[in-house]
Design a protein around this ligand. Structure first.
Ligand code: SIN
Length: 293
């Protein structure tokens, strides 16, 4: 039975017991590895309930030993809502299936997607609530890990005066920053999405406050001078990148499906395996409502 009494604000402790799979935490507060669950088939009610609880408890679920077709991957995503179409599909840049984002890096690649701290597609009015990346090929000598950061803990570790300053603010998230600036893609008609979100949001399920700016998409904080905005964002990005306590690290194996809560985490793909190849596909699920305080 579920018994979720984990206190996230101090000395987190692993207390939820799962019966339908084996769960091993990666750190005391973010990330857990799951074995003994086959998500290629319909889940039982208990598996479904426990998986949702684990997702809430750990934010990043590393589900091992999966053998998924594209349709099974998408069917798993649909358990949680409508599948997301990436804005780069609308510009015709990313594969043929609008619900699948290929994440492939070869020796010829000009970049690897997600090679910097970010939350997926926060330029959207309603960004994805979660993403599921299925990796089928890993570099032969290791490497290609993904780092994740707990953005609720990132908020909690800020000082009270900084929290008070940030709490009423909003920031602009602009798709042109990564998709045109970093990936050199041609925008679709009307441009990539650009939206304003609060700097601090509340997780709709846990009620925890979350620091919601990221170096991938956030262009500026509204109402501040450019120098003020840049200085504050740089300070927050440094806090996120240089506080190891916020992080967990996922080492991929072929057949790993990692499912992360995109509302309260950031991630960073590490490209340390040139000239080798890493190959995966991502499905994301649309959120239910705009991020809010
Ligand atoms: C991404 O979703 O940003 C890619 C993550 C990864 O390749 O590990």
């Amino acid at each position: 039975m579920l018994n979720s009494t984990k206190d996230r604000t101090s000395a987190p402790e692993y207390r939820t017991q799962y019966e339908s799979f084996e769960l091993t935490p990666l750190t005391p507060h973010i990330g857990a590895e799951i074995r003994g669950l086959d998500v290629s088939r319909p889940l039982s009610d208990e598996e479904d309930l426990e998986l949702r609880q684990a997702f809430q408890d750990w934010m990043v679920l590393v589900i091992r030993d999966q053998e998924l077709t594209r349709e099974q991957h998408k069917a798993f995503g649909r358990r949680f809502g409508k599948l997301h179409t990436h804005p780069m599909h609308k510009g015709g840049h990313r594969g043929s299936d609008p619900e699948i984002l290929p994440v492939v890096t070869t020796a010829d690649a000009a970049y690897t997607a997600g090679d910097g701290w970010h939350t997926d597609v926060t330029c959207d009015e309603i960004p994805p609530f979660g993403s599921m990346l299925y990796v089928s090929e890993v570099p032969p000598n290791g490497g290609g890990d993904t780092l994740y950061a707990d953005m609720a803990l990132a908020w909690e570790l800020l000082s009270d005066p900084v929290k008070q300053m940030l709490e009423p603010l909003e920031a602009v998230h602009d798709g042109a920053i990564p998709y045109v600036g970093a990936y050199r893609s041609t925008p679709p008609e009307g441009g990539y999405p650009r939206n304003r979100h609060p700097v601090v949001i509340r997780h709709p399920d846990t009620g925890r406050k979350i620091l919601y700016v990221n170096s991938g998409f956030t262009s500026h904080i509204v109402g501040l001078t450019p120098i003020e905005s840049r200085a504050i964002l740089e300070m927050l990005y440094r806090h996120i990148a240089s506080t190891p306590r916020l992080h967990c690290r996922v080492t991929w194996e072929p057949g790993t499906l990692t499912f992360w809560d995109n509302r309260c985490t950031q991630h960073h793909a590490v490209w340390d395996y040139y000239p080798h190849t890493r190959r995966g596909e991502r499905v994301s699920v649309v959120g239910e409502k705009r991020p809010s305080r």
